[in-house]
Each structure stands twice: as C-alpha cells, then as structure tokens.
Design a protein. Sequence first.
Length: 572
Amino acid sequence: MSSASRSIELNSINNLSQDELKHVIKHDEDVFVDPSAAKIDIEQDTEKAHSVLNRQFNLDAEVAELNELGDSFKHERSLWKRMCSLDLGFEFEDKRYMVYMLGAFASAAGILSGIDQSIISGASIGMNKALKLTSHEASMVSSLMPLGAMAGSVIMSPLNEWFGRKTSIMISCIWYTIGAILCAASTNHHLMYAGRFILGVGVGIEGGCVGIYVSESVPSTVRGNLVSMYQFNIALGELFGYIVGVIFFDVHGGWRFMVGSSLVFSTILLVGMFFLPESPRWLVHKGRVGEGWNVWKRLRDVNQDLNNLEFLEMRHAAAQDKELRANESRFQAWFDLIRIPRNRRALIYAVMMVSLGQLTGINAIMYYMSTLMGQIGFSEKRSVAMSMVGGAALLLGTIPAILYMDRFGRRTWANTIVLFTVGLVLVGVGYQINRDTNLPAAEGVYLTGQILYNMAFGSYSALTWVLPSESFSLATRSVGMTVCSTMLYLWSWTVTYNFDRMQKAMTYTGLTLGFYGGIAIVIGIPYQLLFMPETKNKTLEEIDDIFSRPTMDIVRENAVNVKRRFARVFRR
C-alpha cells in the first residue's frame, strides 16, 4: 500500500464520517480491500466503492427493507382521507423541485410575521384616533404582539413534539386568522389587545417551527439558503405592510383593512401546507420509519448511496436516542439542554446570536418607522410612504444572504454587524443636524443611515433563524428553538415597549448610538469573531461533533484564523 493511501476500520456505518463516505463513493482510484481485517483504502473508484459498501454495510438489503416498510404504509386513499392526514402526497419527478418548493413555501410563513410587525406602523395613526388610545395604550398595542409571540414560543415545543413540524405551522395559521379578525373588528382597546396578542401567539409558534421544519427536510448543501428565506419573507411581509398602509391611508376606516390584511396570507399558507410532507427526521424520531422513508423518497434521489446512507445514519441516531431516553420523563430534554455540555454550548451560542440581533433595535425601528420619519421632519402621509424605504432596504439586504449563505458561510454574514453599526452612526448624526435651517441634509443623512442599517441587518438577521435551527441535537431541537424564540420575542417586547421611554431618557442620538450601537460594537463583534463556529455544508449530525468540542478549542481555532486574516490584509 502506498504512503499516500489510508485505511479505516469499517465495523459499522457509524464508524465513517460523512466526508469519508463521500470520499469512498466519489474518488476514482483503485480500491484495496483487506478481507481479514475488514479494511478499505479510501482511494478508490465509484463502482468498486459501491460494491465494497454493500459488502460491509449490506446497503441494498437495508434499502430493500426500508422500501418494504414504506410500501406497507402506501395504499389507495380518497381525497378526503388524504385531507384528514394533512398531506395530499404531492411530489415532483425531479426531487430538487420538491426540496425547493418545501423550503420556499414553508418559509413564506415569514410574510405573515412581517406584515403583522410593520402594519401597525401605518395603522397606528388612524387607529389611535378612532379608538382614542393614550400613548401608553398605543405602546401596549405595538408591544403585545411580541409578548404574545413569547407565549407562542413556549407552546411551540410541545406542539412540535406531539403534532409535528408541519402541523404546528398549520396551527399557527389558525391563530393568525383569529387574531386578524379580532383586530379588524376592534371597537375598543381591549379587543385590539386581544387580537394583537393572539396574532403574536401565531408568530411565536411559526417562528420556531419553520426553521426546524426546513432544516430537517432539505439537504445540507442548500439548508442555509432555504432557512434564510424565512427572513427574506419576513422582510417582504414588512414591505407589504408598509405598502398596504400607503394604499389604505386615505380610506375611511382604512386601518381596519391594514390590521386585517394578514387574514389573506394565513389562508393561502394554510391551504398550501396540505401539499407538503411532514419532516422525515421527526417521523423517524417518533418511530414512524416507513412514513419517514416515503417522505425521504419525495425529497431525495434514493438512487444515490449518500442519500440512503444519510437516512440510515439518521435512523440509527434516532434509535440510539430513543434507547437512551426509554426510562426518562418527557421533561428530560429540558434538563439535557443544560446538563449535557454539547447542548449547553449550542444553547449559549444560539441565544447570544438571537439576542444580538434584537438588542440592536430592529423591531422597535420597524414598529415605529412612521413615527421616526415624522420626527425627522416628514408629514404624516409622507412618513407612512417613506417607511417603505426602510422596508425595501431590509428586503434587498436579505437577498445576498439567501443566495450565498452556503457559499460564504455563517461567519461571513455575521460580519455585517459592522455595517449596520455604521448605519446607526449616520442615523444619530441625522438627528444632530438642525432641521429648522437644513432639513434636506437632516433627512438625507437620516435616510442614508436607515437604508444602510436595514440592508445590513437584512443580511445579518437571516442568521437568526439559520443558526438555532441547525445547532441543537435532534432530541433537544424543539426545546432549544423554544428558548431561542422566547428570548428573541422577549428582547423584541422589551425594546419595543420601552422605546418611547428610552428615547426620552437617552435622547434620539443616545439611543441609536449609545445603546444599540454600543451593544453591536462592545459585545457583538468580539463574540462573533471568537466564539462563532462555522457550520456551512455540514449535516445536522456533523454539527453535533462541532458542539461536542470544548468552547476554548473553538475560540483558539477562531483566534488563529482571525490573526491569519488580519496578517494577510496588512501584508497587502
């Protein structure tokens, strides 16, 4: 055997890493097999590698068994029975189209969240007058949605575990529908409180479910792109909210159309989810391997060995987890989230990244966009119209993150925190220009800052949903997302509810630069440079290995990489 060749012991499928399996199947050099030691050289050609894999793993027999198990669940069903099962069994011949459809349509739930976040900005002007709201009551209307989202995040975990990822998204649509009807029909602030809170519950359930659902269903090579589409749709929904505000601004009672507009999108999403399958990982986790395999065949080309091996690895991981938890309580996952070092590292990391996104003020700025535009000198109607500028900038900023999330990696997009800090500086400077003597300059600098801030945050915020959805282990993914979503909406509620008070106490410039900008510079940038691991193109099982390493190993590795990059820059 040449010095360049390597051998590995193949006792079972779990002894090979994903990279080694890819090497076994894809490389075009000779295969060396030592039958006595059951060893394979990793340098080999595709055809022989398949033969070796079959001898070692009995892969064809495993797949045949899965096909038989899957066929036992297949039978002719009427449309009504398929409707009752919440899955019409829709599929494409080319599996890639089904993957893209699942990712794109499930992520479209973000439109609902975005509309309900931004629509209150335009609706508040007419609503406050019609319902005779005090400043405190108006703040409550704006902040009750993130408060409801916290409640939705808490019930998201049991819904995810008991009913599944897809079904939980459908349940969130029902909450959206009820909330939109109550808001549109409100005759006093109490009904508006109830409607906004119920809308928030829908946001909280959906926010945690979509990322898990998409990340568990799509291949690792497009997982970052498709999960980040959720943030794109949130931004798209926020832009729609501002557009709806402009359309109905001069209509008598137009604010009712604004706050009820999410009813249209919740209905479309609810109907569309009937055409998508449940998460295959959730089905396998629940012991429904045959159903999981049928879904897997709708999402992957099972003529490729790597796809079959990934499913077998997933089934083995689920079986091991079930065996370990056979005698544990249903709350064990919550304990394991803190008790097990691997889970604890993922929790701290995900919560930090989520918190950094919210504590830089984005939701408060989106909720109060029209008010902020008025503060800089725009009229009421122009304030609502100019809000679209911020919404459009946020939407544009998410596009490169979606297209290139998996090409450049998570750490690259996290660096956009520097750009939106610059945007905050410009916003603060805009407030300092005398509007009585130089209004065009104040508006120009302020809008430039808003555009840069929103565009940069659009790219950064995609990480808010990608990172938590891929960081936790299978057994703790639901509870981990519950904690992350709860923290996200807790900070969102805190910043939104206290926004007016903070402006008065800190001044406009002090709030944007001192508080939001200070958090980004003092905490955000150092944390991301040193503590953030790179997870691009990793399967969810491979990410388990990353978080199984001590935190200081990750810090040392990142420190070396940062030092090397700085040295390369200064050499130029």
